[in-house]
Ligand binder design. Structure first.
Ligand SMILES: Cc1cc2nc3c(=O)[nH]c(=O)nc-3n(C[C@H](O)[C@H](O)[C@H](O)COP(=O)(O)O)c2cc1C
Length: 369
């Protein structure tokens, strides 16, 4: 099949063939997935958020071996982390009553946590304050072409990144933050709607994208949240975006770095099987609904960001050991309901492009009918 052409100004800016970006997804967007998306003509982005600097270094090296095309790294840039927090210190902020509640709930749900275990002892490395600057140093050392960040503005690093020939992408959920980041020198604004998987705001993609396009013009805007096919891509272009940033759509690919059981749960989910909760991280985050999350919301303490992630990821380890996939914490968007087959990342990109090109050809005739 001849390669389709679908170019926007984003393609020129990021030196890519198609305006399709793999969302930065900590724990899911690994080097294999990022490289596969870049090889397919989009921009692969490694989800570096919960990687130590050494782990991130190894992931970037791997990605470079798999593709010679541009790719990016995503992490978080929050400003309200607990001040002193190394990971060990962070663990000490978790109140005993929260650990006791988690252990009680684990017992009631049959999660095999060994006697005497204090949950929260492992995990959550990337959530410690001071981690982001170390990750950014690794990104600089490797001259990674694109750096992206959510949960805070990456504008602080724009001058240095630009001096090194890099582009900076910021992920936002409202016009105020979008304006702040664009004025601060961020090159591309991702407008992420409420339907998205992972951390998410309150405004849906359909109203959010055109408002942000107007607010930050001429800064390029990329649409995110609920986009998994050519229809979503064309709709995003019609809303004024110059590309899409897709997360959930790539979770059900062979390359995605999550367990096959988690991929199967997304494939079997309907559009109503996700919920926005603070249980997992302390901030509003969309995940597949589970009994554990529902019970915790009703009965348990909601800790401030980022403490719950440390507690929940250690609980996740025991869920994983026991194969209790029904209660896994799986960030995923409402578009999960539309995904029903495993694909390669290349196929996801190709299907999106093929459908979008066909729609763009058919739309003029369809609107004259
Ligand atoms: C499993 C998962 C992990 C995520 N982790 C991150 C992350 O580490 N950093 C980030 O900027 N966004 C993260 N997100 C949000 C995505 O970057 C993206 O905005 C979102 O997936 C877009 O909506 P969609 O899932 O409907 O495509 C995550 C999303 C998912 C589904």
């Amino acid at each position: 099949m001849a390669r389709k052409t679908l170019r926007t100004k984003l393609c020129d800016l990021l030196e890519i063939e198609y305006p399709i970006l793999l969302a930065g997804m900590g724990g899911a967007a690994n080097a294999e997935l990022a490289a596969a998306v870049s090889e397919a003509g989009g921009l692969g982005i490694i989800g570096g958020m919960n990687l130590s600097p050494d782990e991130l270094d190894a992931e970037i090296v791997k990605c470079k071996k798999l593709t010679g095309k541009p790719f990016g790294v995503d992490t978080i840039a929050p400003t309200n982390m607990v001040d002193t927090a190394t990971v060990d210190e962070l663990r000490n902020y978790i109140p005993d009553e929260a650990v006791d509640f988690a252990l009680k709930l684990a017992g009631e749900l049959g999660i095999p946590v060994p006697e005497g275990t204090r949950l929260g002892k492992d995990g959550g490395t990337g959530w410690a304050a001071g981690m982001t600057p170390k990750q950014i140093e690794v990104v600089y050392d490797h001259k990674v072409p694109v750096f992206a960040a959510a949960l805070g503005s990456p504008a602080f690093m724009a001058p240095e990144a630009h001096a090194r020939g890099m582009k900076v992408i910021g992920l936002v959920g409202n016009t105020r933050q979008a304006r702040k980041e664009a004025e601060g020198g961020v090159d591309v604004i991702v407008a992420q709607g409420h339907e998205a998987g992972g951390h998410t705001g309150y405004v849906a993609t359909m109203p959010l994208v055109p408002m942000i396009v107007d607010a930050v013009s001429p800064t390029p805007v990329v649409a995110a949240g609920g986009i998994a096919d050519g229809r979503g891509l064309v709709a995003s272009l019609a809303l004024g975006a110059c590309g899409v940033w897709c997360g959930t759509a790539f979770l059900t690919t062979h390359e995605a770095g999550i367990l096959q059981e988690a991929k199967d749960r997304i494939l079997n989910a309907t559009e109503r099987d996700t919920r926005v909760t603070r249980v997992f991280t302390g901030k509003t985050c969309r995940l597949l609904t589970t009994q554990l999350i529902e019970r915790w919301e009703k009965e348990g303490p909601i800790l401030p960001f980022p403490l719950p992630i440390v507690l929940c990821t250690s609980l996740q380890d025991y869920l994983s050991e026991a194969g209790m996939v029904d209660n896994y914490f799986i960030p995923a968007g409402q578009i999960s309901g539309a995904l029903n087959e495993m694909k390669s990342a290349k196929q996801v990109v190709e299907d999106m492009v093929t459908e979008a090109v066909r729609l763009l050809e058919e739309l003029p005739a369809a609107t004259r009918a």
